[in-house]
Design a protein around this ligand. Sequence first.
Ligand SMILES: C[S@@+](CC[C@H](N)C(=O)[O-])C[C@H]1O[C@@H](n2cnc3c(N)ncnc32)[C@H](O)[C@@H]1O
Length: 183
Amino acid sequence: MIFIIAYLGLIFFLLIFLFFMSLYTAFLIYSSFKGSPYVATRKKVIKEILEMANLKKGKVFYELGSGDGRVNRLAVKNWQVKAVGVDINPLLVFWSNFLAKLQKLDKNCQFIRKNIFDINYSKADYLYIFLMPDLIKKLTPKLKKELKKTCLIISHGFKIEDKGIKLIKVKEGKPFNTYYYRI
Ligand SMILES: C[S@@+](CC[C@H](N)C(=O)[O-])C[C@H]1O[C@@H](n2cnc3c(N)ncnc32)[C@H](O)[C@@H]1O
C-alpha cells in the first residue's frame, strides 16, 4: 500500500514539474516570437554597467524587456532610482515583482507586462535595453520621438545604428560590449 501511495505521489510531482516546465518553455518561445529571446545580462557585469551610467537618486530608470528584473532591482537597491521594467512575458513579470517584493524594493521598482511598443518613455532619465538588433531597429524611431535629450540610453550587447543617436562611450566586455547613447 505504502509503495503504491509513494508511486502515485512521485507521478503527481513529475506531472506538476512537467506542467511548469512546459509553461516556462512556452513563454520563452513566446518571448522569442515577440522579437527577443530571454537571455539575462550576466550578474557580474550589471554593477559595472550601472556604475558607468552615473545613476542619480530619484531619477527614472526604464528597462525594456526586463527579464527577471535583475538590472532594475540592482539599480534601485544601490542607486535608489525609480525603476520601471517592461516585459511581454507574464511569468518573468510575475517573478520580477515577486523578487522585488522579497527584497523590499517594490516601492520604487515595478514591473509591467506589456509590449515595449505600447509604452511612452518620455519620463525616462535612463533607458536600459538588451534586445536583438532587429527589435532595436524597429524601436529606434519611437525612442527618438519620445525620449528627453538628456536621457541616457544603455544598450547591452548590440549597437544602435542610427545617425540621430550619438554613441558617447563603450564598456568593453565579454561576450558583450555595452554602448551608451544620447539622442
Ligand atoms: C535578452 S532578454 C533581456 C533580459 C533583461 N533585460 C536582462 O538584461 O537580464 C530580452 C527580454 O525582452 C523580452 N521581450 C522580447 N520582445 C518583447 C516585446 N516586444 N515587448 C516586451 N518585452 C519583450 C523577452 O521576454 C526577454 O525577457
